[in-house]
Design a protein around this ligand. Structure first.
Ligand code: M6R
Length: 612
């Protein structure tokens, strides 16, 4: 979604802004713009619909703009179509104030009408311009920018991360945040503002995370932060522990491919600090047996692929904990009047830690007394900071919009948490516990071995990439894994695809199967393999072309029915989806490659969904 960068210092600002925006391109956007201020030329604003390259060419890589203070933005349209006028920065009527905004101003119409009645003329269709005009209005009242920002924020409702520059404050950049991330970066040659740490990591790893309601004033040499009453606040500094190369392609053709290949290492980093002498140790989330027994309900809440992790975990946790587990889409949960009380454990899963629906669902659960545990990848993100407990997946920065390594690390971390709780409850037999821990320890190596030979998947992708529609079928864990395989394919190759519990086919869906329809048959779940084969036979009988995924144990049997078979190594059944999902990610990747799709930045999608 939208990206913000701001800089004030001793360098020419425009190239810094363009570079920061380029590093946030992965988030998805439809237009881009910058505003730079200098003593001689005043405020210079340039913006354009389309790729960042268009903007960069327009200002010759930034050389056309003069000034060491500026803000930049990549926009993902919500209010108003993607065009040059609706792109940010937005400038107030008298041309003195320019701002960039992420989020949604919910009461923008009411404020707009009020200002229009006072004679203010608006140029765009956006909710963001309303903030620029309102700021000018309050600034004219009080002649203090800080005070004007405070007054403005008291009037607007919704979510915002704001970067503001004002003609009367030639050396300062102002920032404000509510429900949309904003990071302050302390640099040697000046100070930075960004909605995403990747935008500024090249310049500094010394950062502070703004909290809701805070306003910051940045100059070349200082950053001062205030609360919503304009009282100064001391911010804790954090050191980002990865460097710029982690967010670069490093010779791979796409971030998605790089991130698929990084999965063994990401899993290793996520599990190894949590396995000691054959035991699961969760330093950041400790419960007693009594507290665990006190839990009467468990919810897993997430969106998209993180929700699919929840779907796999439901099967695994119910097996390990013998407690009912409910998996909910965050966007549904938050408005469902959920049955949460202080005996409820709520697991929230999010790669970005900024997904607005997930955050709102978590807040709702907390409000009702639930105990919240967040499984998050981005350190210092909003969900991580607001949850009662957080366990990080150590996948490193994930740039491709289609998640891969974050999904895999979430999955295995959920298995560890399930094992930990099951052990406390006494519902996991010691030999089962041992077998799972050993399997987790072996997992990265098994995955790495498999990833050395991806030719089969590449070949099948070239055989099937032209199909208009694909069905993923499976039972139990394979069904849950199929949901993710289907989503991967849809989001990057734009092929219509659905995932079904194969036992359900004959209750309706099988009518869609006709000669040549591609069915991806997921048969890695041993206990139901024979039942599953019957479903494969049913679709074959109706003319489907079947590409199957199975384990070494079942390869021969599967080969008798399917047209093509991909095999993954055997592991403990609860970990089988961790291996099985990898060929599905690669299949989607190679299909999208064959179809010439923009793999890392699929159309209409954003990496982190910070609006409802
Ligand atoms: O950052 P989150 O895990 O909260 O994001 C949730 C979904 O938006 C995300 O998983 C999305 O479905 C991915 N693009 C799928 O690849």
């Amino acid at each position: 979604m939208c990206g913000i960068i701001g800089y004030v210092g001793r360098q020419n600002a425009a190239p810094v802004l363009l570079d920061g925006l380029a590093r946030m391109e992965y988030r998805g956007y439809d237009s881009a713009g910058v505003a730079v201020r200098s003593e001689t030329r005043g405020l210079q604003v340039k913006k354009s619909k389309g790729r960042l390259q268009v903007l960069s060419d327009m200002i010759h890589g930034g050389a056309d703009l003069e000034g060491c203070l500026g803000i930049g933005h990549t926009r993902w349209a919500t209010h108003g179509e993607p065009n040059d006028i609706n792109a940010h920065p937005h400038v107030s009527e008298n041309g003195a104030i320019a701002l960039v905004h992420n989020g949604i101003i919910e009461n923008y119409l009411e404020i707009k009408e009020h200002l229009q009645k006072l004679g203010v003329v608006f140029t765009s269709d956006t909710d963001s311009e309303v903030v620029a005009q309102l700021l000018e209005y309050h600034y004219n009242e009080c002649h203090s920018m800080l005070e004007a920002v405070g007054r403005c924020l008291r009037r607007i409702e919704g979510s915002y991360a704001l970067g503001i520059i004002c003609a009367d404050y030639p050396n300062a950049l102002i920032a404000a945040r509510k429900d949309s991330p904003l990071i302050l970066g302390f640099g040697e040659d000046g100070n930075y503002l960004a909605s995403d740490v990747t935008a500024i990591i090249k310049h500094t790893r010394d950062v502070a995370y703004m909290d809701d309601g805070e306003i910051a004033v940045l100059t070349a040499d200082s950053i001062d932060v205030f609360d919503d009453e304009l009282v100064p606040v001391e911010k804790e500094h954090h050191q980002v522990d990865w460097d710029v190369s982690a967010a670069e392609k490093g010779g791979y053709p796409h971030f998605m491919f790089k991130e698929i290949m990084e999965q063994p290492e990401a899993i290793r980093k996520t599990v190894s600090p949590r396995l000691r002498d054959g035991r699961v140790v969760l330093d950041e989330f400790q419960m007693t047996a009594e507290e665990t027994r006190d839990i009467s309900r468990i919810f897993i809440i997430a969106c998209g692929s993180s929700y699919h992790v929840g779907m796999v975990s439901k099967y695994n946790w119910e097996r390990l904990l013998r407690r009912p587990v409910e998996v909910c889409l965050a966007s549904e949960f938050r408005y469902s009047d959920p049955l949460v009380d202080d005996h409820t454990l709520v697991i929230v899963i999010s790669q970005s830690g900024e997904t607005l629906d997930t955050m709102a669902a978590m807040r709702e659960a907390k409000r009702r007394g639930g105990k919240t545990l967040a499984i998050v990848n981005v350190v210092g993100s909003s969900i991580a900071r607001e949850a009662d407990h957080v366990l990080y997946t150590w996948a490193g920065p994930e740039i491709a919009v289609a998640t891969t390594k974050a999904y895999s690390t979430q999955l295995v971390l959920m298995d560890l948490v399930g094992l930990y709780l099951g052990d406390l409850l006494g519902t996991v037999a010691p030999e089962e516990y041992r077998a799972i821990v050993e399997a987790v320890e072996r997992l990265p190596e098994q995955m790495q071995g498999w990833l050395a030979h991806v030719e089969d998947v590449q070949y099948f992708a070239s055989r099937y990439f032209n199909h208009a529609s694909m069905f993923f079928i499976g039972r139990n864990l394979d069904y849950a894994m199929g949901l993710e395989g289907s989503l991967k394919l849809k989001e990057i190759s734009y092929i219509h695809s659905e995932a079904y519990a194969s036992g359900e086919l004959k209750h309706g869906t099988i009518s869609l199967i006709e000669p040549g329809t591609l069915v991806v048959a997921l048969g890695t779940y041993g206990p139901l393999f024979d039942k599953f084969i019957s479903n494969v036979v049913e679709v074959k009988a109706r003319g489907a072309e079947v590409m199957a995924l199975t384990t070494e144990d079942f390869r021969e049997k599967m080969g008798k029915t399917a047209d093509a078979v991909v095999t993954v190594p055997n592991t403990h059944p609860i970990l089988q989806p961790s291996l099985g999902v990898v060929p599905l990610q690669l299949f989607a990747y190679y299909v999208a490659l064959q179809r010439g799709c923009d793999i890392d930045k699929p159309r209409n999608l954003a990496k982190s969904v910070t609006v409802e």
